[in-house]
Each structure stands twice: as structure tokens, then as C-alpha cells.
Design a protein around this ligand. Structure first.
Ligand code: ADP
Ligand code: MG
Length: 574
């Protein structure tokens, strides 16, 4: 069916009930692309209809270097999706009731992910998935507006974002190369035994707590590595890049209040993902298995072994498999640490601003006041050496308040007026000159917690007659079947497109558990493998355009916050 037939069909539908739009479903050939109508909305107020444009390689005519490697293709695609989003805003027009006349795509934020919204295929073909509000007056079809939308506005949005002629190639290339460089930088961390790298000149502060764009250059102090921590790395496209290398081990970020400690840690935490050129953090990279953990009182916990941190509780609760619908600050943070280790975290990031003090520290005077046998908690300070030495899990801590931590640190980064200094030596001197007399309180050697076996039936996405009902209306929650998963304690919060993908992936986790994956980490392995081979479309057969890639850690974090979750302990005890 071609474009002319679409016009004829729409003409014949003028004034009919909205449901007649269903006849648009299917493939339409336009001069420069095929347009697929995958889903037609039920009424003008409902979620928009889902369309997909496939532009053949020879029409898109993108130079091969823009998609030669996966990171390049992802960087290029992210920029093209942003362009489509901009054009969609300009080309949308309120042409009737509800969403009539709107064009929308899932626009990328500052981070660069593989997404389903706009994909560059290995042959150079471009696939764009977007939504449109089919025009109606009341609930009657407005043919003229629909024809204008589908045969003029939509093709313009596609042409002006999906074809190489729409761009200065240098601009596209910058996105491809920057993304490839970031992956290359991150790939080198392991060989050097670094947990992170912050390039000189990076802009770390953001405009505000709700605006992830960089603080204006006039106001931001660009990052500069302390000489003692400065190192250089090679990149494929930008030559050598210098910056601060954070060695594996225990690192403190110390300094006075408001001097930029949390900002540095946040940049390190988001360094597990790539960022767009101009973000300021495009050359800040972190161990891809780094997880930021925090206290989150009130969350639920399902069968987590927190016993290294918290021994038997006064009420007699078993902390080797703690379940509670209402964790305290310290138990929630201990659970978050155990959960991250369970699924393979190799670095933990903790900010005192969001930590439970009693899990972090028990100083000399508290040790004197409260005898060891009436304190169930072994604070983190007594575990960080074990974490790094026995498990090779690095720990980066923002600590402004407790000097006891100087004793256990390998590296101390001091922040003063947003400038980083290497205080490692000074810290050692202070440890010598100011003994605290604190007694280490080991609760025995730390090991990686045993993998739990979630019960598949406790992961239930069904609601009423629908076997799967998942919605992500808010950025910080997943409506999952009859319950809502609260993600506010997941830090940093995943992008909404990641959250949607995570919601769908939970169903896949359930399926793998049902099919005999023996443990949570194994189920996550299988989900990751499925996405690696079949792409994000393995999560849904509806070709959604609003999903992006996510890490196993955030998927696990969502599952761990599912209030219906039930688990058995590891195979050995069952
Ligand atoms: P701390 O954790 O040490 O108390 P923050 O990291 O919260 O400090 O930073 C305090 C304020 O300073 C924040 O508003 C932050 O955006 C801003 N800020 C942080 N780093 C910089 C920088 N390099 N240049 C300019 N402002 C910054
Ligand atoms: Mg802070």
C-alpha cells in the first residue's frame, strides 16, 4: 500500500467513528521509507498510536564510520533521536481532541543508551519508532488533519532526522566518536586496576536537582586532577586524555560541607553510563559494576543475609535471611550492600548524606558506652578492608564527618572549593598524630552473600484479567500487577525508558525462574544474554519505542523492592 492509498483510505474515513482508524494498521510505502502502523489507539485521549519508519541504508546514506562499531552506532542514534524529538515538537499541532496531531518520541536525556526509539542497523538502515495522536473532532475522524499529519508532517520529521542530508556530518561524528571513546576509556579501567577515571576539564555539577544538564560554564569549576593521581589514557578518537585515576581499594572523598564531595561521587556513580558530548561528564567513566547504595528506611527486604553487618536482633529476627516490610535505616543499607554483592557488584559507592550513621561508624566512646554484646551492628568501617582485600570490591565513600575512616582508606581525595587534592599522605599523618583508640569489631570474614532463589509465583505482573499489566507513569515507580515498586531509593534513579524496560524485564526474570534458573544472579544472566542476542525487543512483542538498555543492578534493585517478593535461601539449605 502506498502513500496515495493512505490518502484515499483516510478520505473515506472522514467523520466516521474513531475505531475506523484501525484500518491504518500495516505497512505503507513512502518514497523514502516504509511506514508501519503497529498499533492504533482506541480513542483520541488514549496513549498515542505507534508508528515505525524504516529508512533503507542507501536512502539514509550515513557514512559507514557513524555506525561501524556498536558504541558509534549508539552515539549516532542517540543524537538522531534527539533531533527527531526536536522536530516532533515543531511539527506537532493540536488538531482536535485529546492528543490529536501530536508527534512524540522517547527523547534521550544526558546519558547515551541503546534505545528502541531510534536504531541504526548494522547495514546502515535507520529505524525510528514514535507515537502520533490520530486527529479527531470529539471522537470522529478528521481526515484532512490526518492526511496532513501522516503524509506531510510525519515524513518531514523523518526526513529531517533520519537522513544524513539533515546534518552537518561533523556533528554526528562527534556523537559517534565521543561515545566510542567513553567505552574505550571504561574498558581500560580493569587493566590498570582503577575503579574510575575523571578527565581533566570535566564539568561535574548539574544545573539543579531536577535538571541534569551541566551547570553553566561561567559558574562551574572544571575538574582538575590532583598531580599525584593524574594519569593518561588513550582514546580511539581524541588521543591521550589526562585525568584523575581512582585506584581500586578504599577511597574517601573528604572535605568541608558544600565543597563538592557529593557532586564528585554522583559523577562517578553516573560514570557507569556514557554521556553526550557537551554534558561535561562524557569522559568520566566508572567500573561498570559499581553500585551506589544508601539507607532507605521503610523499604521491604526479602530474605537477605545481612548478618555480617547486623547480628541477631532484639526481637529475635534472623538476620541471615532477613525479611521485613519496613526496614530501618541501617538494615536497609546493609540489605542494599548485600543485594549489590549478590548480583556481582565490584565497587560500592556510599555518600554519608544518604547513609545510616550507625551502620557507618561506632566510635571509641560508643564502644565504651554500649558493650559489644548489646550492639548487633558491625559498622561498615570494620568491613571495608575485607571488602577490598578478600572480595576485591572497591569502596568509594564521601566522608565529611567521621575521621575514623582515615584509618581504613587507601586513597583520600580532599575537596576544597570544588578542587580535588590528594590528601592520602596527610591523612596517614593525622592517623599517626591523632590516635582514636577505636577497637576494630570484626564479625568474622566477609564473603559474597549466597545467591537467593526467588519464588517465581511471588513475581506476579497480573492484574484482573490481564496476565501482564505494567505501567511507568512516574519516573520513580513501576506499577507492577497489583503493586507498585518504589524506586526512590535507587540512586541514581534510572531514566524512565530504562525503568520501563526494567518493568518488562521483571517478567522475563520470572519466566527464567519458572523455567529452572536456579538463582537470582542466574536469572539475571539469562535476561542479559537474551537482550544481548535479540536486543531490547526480546522484552516485548509490540515493538515499543520507549525502552532503553539498563544494568542488571538496577533490575535487581527493582525486584528487591517488589513487596510481594519471596525467596528461598541458596540451594545448599533447601
Ligand atoms: P558537599 O557534598 O561537599 O557538601 P556538594 O557536592 O553537594 O557539596 O556541592 C555543593 C554545591 O556546589 C552544589 O550546589 C553543587 O552543584 C555545587 N558544585 C559542586 N561542584 C561544583 C563545581 N565544580 N563548580 C561549581 N559548583 C559546584
Ligand atoms: Mg554532600
Amino acid at each position: 500500500m502506498d502513500q496515495q492509498r493512505m490518502t484515499t483510505l483516510l478520505d473515506s474515513l472522514d467523520g466516521k467513528g474513531y475505531g475506523a482508524y484501525k484500518r491504518l494498521k500495516g505497512e505503507w510505502s513512502f518514497p523514502r521509507f516504509s511506514l508501519f502502523v503497529d498499533y492504533v489507539q482506541g480513542d483520541p485521549y488514549a496513549a498515542p498510536s505507534r508508528l515505525r519508519a524504516m529508512i533503507p541504508p542507501e536512502v539514509a546514506a550515513l557514512p559507514a564510520d557513524l555506525f561501524r562499531t556498536r558504541p558509534r552506532a549508539i552515539g549516532t542514534a542517540s543524537f538522531m533521536a534527539r533531533r527527531f524529538a526536536d522536530r516532533a515538537v515543531d511539527l506537532s499541532a493540536g488538531t482536535g481532541s485529546g492528543n490529536s496531531g501530536r508527534i512524540r518520541i522517547e527523547a534521550p536525556g544526558q546519558a547515551v543508551f541503546e534505545t528502541t526509539a531510534l536504531q541504526l542497523h548494522p547495514d546502515g538502515g535507520v529505524e525510528i519508532r514514535f507515537g502520533v495522536g490520530l486527529p479527531a473532532g470529539g471522537r470522529r475522524i478528521r481526515a484532512r488533519a490526518a492526511i496532513e499529519l501522516l503524509t506531510e508532517r510525519v515524513p518531514r520529521a523523518i526526513d529531517e532526522s533520519g537522513l544524513s542530508t539533515a546534518y552537518e556530518l561533523a556533528e554526528l561524528r562527534l556523537h559517534a566518536e565521543t561515545n566510542e571513546d567513553a567505552d574505550a576509556l571504561r574498558d581500560q579501567l580493569r587493566d590498570h586496576r582503577w575503579v574510575g577515571f575523571v578527565a581533566d576539564g570535566s564539568i561535574l555539577p548539574r544545573r539543579s536537582g531536577i535538571d541534569d544538564r551541566p551547570l553553566d560554564t561561567g559558574d562551574a569549576v572544571p575538574f582538575e586532577s590532583p598531580p599525584a593521581l593524574r594519569a593518561e589514557l588513550d582514546t580511539p578518537n581524541r588521543g591521550r586524555v589526562s585525568g584523575m585515576a581512582i585506584p581500586r581499594g578504599v577511597t574517601l572523598i573528604a572535605g568541608g560541607g558544600y565543597h563538592g564531595k557529593s557532586t564528585l561521587l554522583r559523577a562517578i556513580a553516573t560514570g557507569v553510563h556514557n554521556h553526550r558530548p557537551g554534558d561535561g561528564r562524557e569522559r568520566v567513566v566508572t567500573d561498570p559494576a559499581a553500585v551506589k547504595v544508601r539507607a532507605e528506611d521503610g523499604r521491604s527486604v526479602a530474605g537477605v543475609d545481612i548478618s555480617p553487618f547486623i547480628g541477631p536482633l532484639p526481637g529475635g529476627a534472623d538476620t541471615t535471611a532477613l525479611s521485613t516490610p519496613n526496614a530501618s535505616g541501617s538494615t536497609s543499607q546493609a540489605a542494599a550492600i548485600a543485594e549489590a554483592l549478590e548480583v556481582g557488584a565490584t565497587a560500592l559507592l556510599i555518600d554519608e548524606d544518604t547513609a545510616a550513621t550507625n551502620l557507618m561508624i561506632r566510635d571509641r566512646r560508643m564502644q565504651a558506652l554500649v558493650p559489644r554484646d548489646s550492639e548487633p551492628i558491625t559498622p561498615l568501617i570494620d568491613h571495608v578492608r575485607g571488602l577490598t582485600e578478600r572480595l576485591d570490591v572497591s569502596v568509594i565513600l564521601v566522608i565529611g564527618g567521621s575521621g575514623d575512616y582515615l584509618e581504613v582508606a587507601d586513597t583520600v581525595i580532599g575537596m576544597r572549593h570544588f578542587r580535588a587534592a590528594d590528601w592520602s599522605l596527610r591523612a596517614r599523618e593525622v592517623v599517626e598524630s591523632h590516635p582514636t583508640g577505636r577497637v576494630p569489631e570484626s564479625s568474622g570474614p566477609l564473603s559474597r552473600p549466597a545467591a537467593r532463589l526467588p519464588h517465581a509465583r511471588s513475581i506476579d505482573p497480573s492484574r484482573g484479567r490481564r496476565s501482564v499489566r505494567i505501567r511507568c507513569r512516574e519516573t520513580d515507580a513501576i506499577e507492577f500487577g497489583e503493586t507498585t515498586i518504589d524506586l526512590r531509593g535507587v540512586d541514581p534513579l534510572p531514566a524512565r525508558s530504562q525503568t520501563r524496560a526494567i518493568g518488562l524485564a521483571l517478567v522475563l526474570v520470572r519466566d527464567h525462574l519458572e523455567q529452572g534458573a536456579t538463582s537470582l544472579p542466574e536469572a539475571l544472566d539469562r535476561v542479559e544474554a537474551a537482550i544481548r542476542t535479540d536486543g531490547l525487543d526480546t522484552l516485548s512483542d509490540r515493538r515499543p519505542g520507549d525502552l532503553s538498555a539498563f544494568r542488571r543492578f538496577e533490575l535487581a534493585a527493582a525486584l528487591n523492592r517488589l513487596r510481594t517478593l519471596e525467596v528461598r535461601a541458596s540451594r545448599e539449605d533447601s
